[in-house]
Design a protein around this ligand. Structure first.
Ligand SMILES: Cc1cc2nc3c(=O)[nH]c(=O)nc-3n(C[C@H](O)[C@H](O)[C@H](O)COP(=O)(O)O)c2cc1C
Length: 169
């Protein structure tokens, strides 16, 4: 079994997918990894739509038009439920943080299962909200396309060096 660091290093933004469905067992595994994520005050202020139907896929594809995005056999549309999120006394809401944690669980689990994934936030969120008939207090946060990558190459990681990001106090 790969170490967690291996999985983290092997996760990358996959922008090319094979026309091959994701197995049910793998989808169940990914869902459990999301469900187990921590959240502020354990509020779990999230909703995850597993989008596989042709109709659902077309709705999402109309919110983010990239040819590689259309190739994915399934998507997870993650949204925050603002009425359920924890808000700190200085008014900072934490729902987006909670959703991000669960979604990165998803991406790492996908990598571990041999699947590609990509964070997509640059989509038309207003259109998505309308098409999926979300209530006012629900906000779509991110779409994750998931599927078997069309390339086996993991691109090199471009990251700041340690001295730029870690500080001893
Ligand atoms: C919050 C967030 C939003 C992102 N939105 C998009 C997006 O809309 N489209 C896209 O192609 N990539 C998107 N990305 C992917 C980043 O560009 C990518 O993670 C970054 O360049 C590092 O590359 P890597 O994921 O391959 O390590 C997003 C990533 C994050 C974390």
């Amino acid at each position: 079994m790969d170490s967690l660091l291996d999985v983290i290093r092997n996760r990358y933004s996959c922008r090319g997918y094979l026309d091959k469905p994701v197995e049910e067992e793998k989808i169940a595994y990914l869902k459990e990894c999301m469900r187990m994520a921590p959240s502020a005050v354990n509020r779990q202020p999230w909703k995850f739509r597993i989008v596989r139907s042709q109709e659902g896929r077309e709705k999402l594809q109309s919110c983010y038009s990239r040819s590689w995005f259309n190739e994915a056999p399934l998507y997870v549309l993650a949204s925050v439920l603002h009425e359920q999120e924890w808000v700190r006394t200085d008014s900072k809401p934490h729902g987006n943080i909670d959703v991000a944690i669960a979604v990165e669980h998803l991406c790492l689990a996908a990598t571990e299962q041999g699947l590609g994934s990509c964070w997509v936030c640059n989509f038309d969120a207003q259109r998505c909200h309308e098409l999926f008939q979300m209530p006012d207090a629900e906000e779509p946060v991110v779409i994750i396309p998931i599927g078997y990558a069309s390339s086996t190459e993991v691109p090199p990681k471009m990251r700041k060096v340690s001295q730029e990001v870690f500080f001893e106090e």
